[in-house]
Design a protein around this ligand. Structure first.
Ligand code: ADP
Ligand code: MG
Length: 698
């Protein structure tokens, strides 16, 4: 259809009117809107502000004093970029209101010179300091363009997510022009008994509050309504998908014979933690039911997932079935073989290893055992899913560090049996409600407790100036017979530079402070066999210090390693740092994790969270809040984000309510076919394509 905006700009705007029909939206802006997922006027209505500026608390410029935190509105009377002696470029603007003038400065942001024009009205909030007079350092800025200063005062300003070629001003102007027309066409989609438990306003009212709030509280209440609907929809979709999948999920019915499992429990050198016992009970429940188990065992590093998987494997074996445990690397597979071998020796069970580096004869022997229908435990790498591995009677599979495997590999292992019960294990700590939201057809057990007697790892952030002292400290630990890791970041785009940094550093360490020590270098460009060799040498105490990029194996257990120095800590995500720190503190000795480097203020605030806690959940929570949800959900389907407004983490309480309501709703009307649910179903299907497969189109 040709862009008709020139001909019919005043035609009645409906919710499904293409955005290109709106006055002021040409091809370039339409393209920018498309990038934001906005194709129709109705989409625009759901484009909620990402933040609000409370202009009702604006101070007159003349009242500002150094030390104050203030919000002002003023017009730019002059502006420019100043270089400083240190090479930092500062954007400065002098703004004026009815009461006076003040200079505002943005160090390091010279590019603002391109977006801020003389005559623009700015809303600024930040700290006032004394610097050749009063100066404002804005933390927040909204460019109100050529708006009259007076109109912005006394109201809450909606600030919209913008994109290149589409400023928030344009978005706001369009919304201002069409909001009333559009709102008049919006109808509530949720039945009263679905809406009430969340204590949120009805849809038309909520949309008005979101775009044109009279107070911040009102804006939040409107937002909650939109978030609730999203959370509810996702819960409905997942419950429905689970119910459909479950009805197709016939599995093996194991019997809890308590033969091997009881003997293992008796011979264990320690007691299971409460969390382990609880998870195990959930797993046994699944395995003894006719339903096929599909469960995620989630627990922080060192929470003791392996033993839980081992009990499940024994349950399968005492019923005459084979069990397989797959790990992402040879090293981890070998580690599992050794620890499990030790624990199972009193029971007369000997696990079988299957990895790529077995000799031809070993491999043949292993494959022969696997091919028989004897009950046994196989531990291995992805070698387990190769064609030559044919299982005689596979009834249980566990996949350790499951996120390291592709969906295909996980499926391939399950396909080695007819309907094996499956346990996925992960150390990536995700809050429970989020795990339920992220993984559809999956039950979750959580190990939220550590085995007793673990020493906390002493963690600190140290500046560059402390480098020498830190290295001396590492030397003293090595002198005592301990081992250390020195870790460098590796970010893909700058991989070459980073590798060089790690290599150069390795050489200078090896010829400098640690000239008398045994050092090894480990990074992603080293071939896997050589990498494994290096890790084995470190595990066996044949090297003192491992200089490595982030390829250090997840899950690897070297109790003698007590120090980890992390270079450029600001370049790591918090969860990544947490995984790294999990490599130390595994033995009886006091361990240390030292973040080394001069970091900016923002990075420091983030790293302080990490320094302050060893709780993986808390760290994950902070990490998520800082990074947003994007990468956790992986590649989003284009144009259909799971959440546009809700944040399952921040909206945890709302999510819980949504969960309860979704459960009740589907229990009473599993197909959503009752007449009073028609608007809800239509909205659901309009929003999520998946809903079309899960519910018959009404
Ligand atoms: P992860 O969950 O990171 O895979 P592991 O299964 O490797 O953790 O367990 C970490 C360490 O804790 C192992 O050395 C294991 O033997 C030990 N462990 C596991 N459960 C307990 C327990 N209940 N009490 C004491 N130590 C335990
Ligand atoms: Mg593990």
């Amino acid at each position: 259809m040709p862009p008709a905006r020139a001909r019919q700009p005043q035609a009645r705007i409906a919710l499904d009117t293409p955005i290109t029909y709106l006055k002021g939206v040409g091809p370039a802006r339409a393209e920018a809107f498309r990038r934001l997922g906005i194709l129709t006027a109705g989409d625009l209505l759901y484009h909620a502000p990402h933040r609000y500026e409370d202009a009702s608390t604006v101070a007159p410029i003349s009242s500002l004093e150094p030390g104050m935190h203030a919000t002002i509105i003023g017009r730019v009377v002059s502006k420019g970029v100043l270089p400083t002696r240190k090479g930092l470029r500062i954007f400065q603007a002098v703004v004026r209101d009815h009461s006076g003038l003040i200079e505002a400065a943005w160090p390091g942001q010279p590019y603002l010179d391109r977006t801020i024009e003389k005559g623009d009205v700015l809303l600024l909030s930040g700290q006032v300091r004394f610097f050749h007079g009063r100066q404002l350092l804005p933390r927040e800025m909204v460019n109100l363009g050529d708006e009259d200063e007076g109109t912005a005062q006394g109201r809450v300003l909606s600030v919209y997510p913008a994109t290149e070629g589409l400023s928030f001003k344009v978005i706001r102007t369009l919304l201002d022009a069409h909001l009333d027309t559009l709102l008049a066409q919006v109808k509530e989609t949720l039945p009263a008994d679905v809406l009430a438990p969340a204590r949120v306003p009805p849809l038309p009212e909520a949309l008005r509050m979101v775009h044109r709030p009279t107070s911040l509280a009102e804006a939040m209440s409107g937002r909650a309504r939109l978030a609730y609907e999203e959370l509810l929809f996702v819960q409905i979709l997942q419950r429905r998908a689970n119910a459909l999948a479950r009805s197709m999920r016939q599995g093996i019915v194991f019997e809890n014979k308590r033969v091997l499992t009881s003997r293992l429990r008796k011979s264990l050198p320690w007691e299971l933690t409460h969390a382990q016992t609880r998870s195990l009970r959930e797993i046994v429940g699944d395995m003894t039911s006719p339903r096929r188990m599909h469960r995620l065992l989630q627990g922080d590093v060192g929470s003791g997932k392996t033993i839980v998987a081992l009990f499940a494997a024994l349950l399968a074996m005492e019923n005459g079935w084979q069990a397989a445990i797959m790990a992402p690397t040879e090293l981890l597979a070998e580690q599992h073989l050794r620890t499990m071998g030790r624990l199972l020796a009193p029971l007369g069970v000997e696990p079988v290893l299957l990895t790529g580096s077995l000799s031809a004869a070993e491999r043949k022997a292993a494959l022969a055992k696997i091919g028989s229908s004897e009950p046994l435990l196989v531990v291995g790498t992805h070698a387990l899913v190769q064609e030559s591995a044919v299982f005689g009677k596979l009834g249980f599979v566990a996949i350790d560090e499951q996120h390291r495997f592709g969906v295909e590999q996980r499926k391939a292992l399950q396909a080695k049996g007819e309907t094996p019960d499956t346990l996925l294990m992960t150390a990536t700590p995700i809050p429970r409600s989020l795990a339920l939201t992220m993984y559809g057809d999956l039950d979750v057990s959580v190990l939220d407790e550590r085995p007793p007697g673990r020493q906390p790892v002493t963690t600190a952030l140290r500046p560059e100036s402390a480098r020498q002292r830190i290295m001396q400290f590492v030397e003293r630990e090595v002198e005592k017979g301990r081992q250390a890791y020195i870790v460098y970041p590796l970010v893909e785009e700058s991989e070459k530079v980073d590798l060089k940094a790690a290599t150069v550093e390795y050489e200078s360490l090896a010829s400098g402070p640690f000239a008398n020590r045994r050092l090894a270098l480990l990074h992603g460009r080293i071939p896997p066999e050589e990498r494994d060799e290096t890790m084995r040498a470190f595990r066996d105490g044949k090297t003192d210090i491992l200089v490595a990029t982030t390829v250090i194996e997840v899950g690897i257990d070297v109790p003698n390693a007590t120090v980890m120095v992390i270079e450029h800590p600001e370049r790591f995500g918090l969860s990544q740092l947490h995984q790294l720190r999990g490599r130390v503190g595994r033995g009886a000795e006091q361990s240390y994790c030292i973040l080394l480097g001069d970091v900016g203020e923002e990075a420091r605030a983030r790293l302080d969270v990490f320094v302050g806690t060893e709780d993986g959940f808390e760290i994950a929570r902070a990490d998520l809040q800082l990074r947003g949800m994007g990468d956790l959900f992986g590649a989003r389907q284009s144009g259909e984000q799971t959440f546009r407004i809700a944040d399952p983490l921040r909206d945890e309480a709302l999510n819980e309510t949504a969960r309860g309501v979704a459960e009740r709703l589907l229990a009473s009307d599993p197909e959503l076919e009752r007449a009073e649910h028609a608007p809800l179903r239509a909205a659901l299907q309009g929003r999520y394509a998946r809903a079309l497969e899960l519910f018959r189109v009404g």
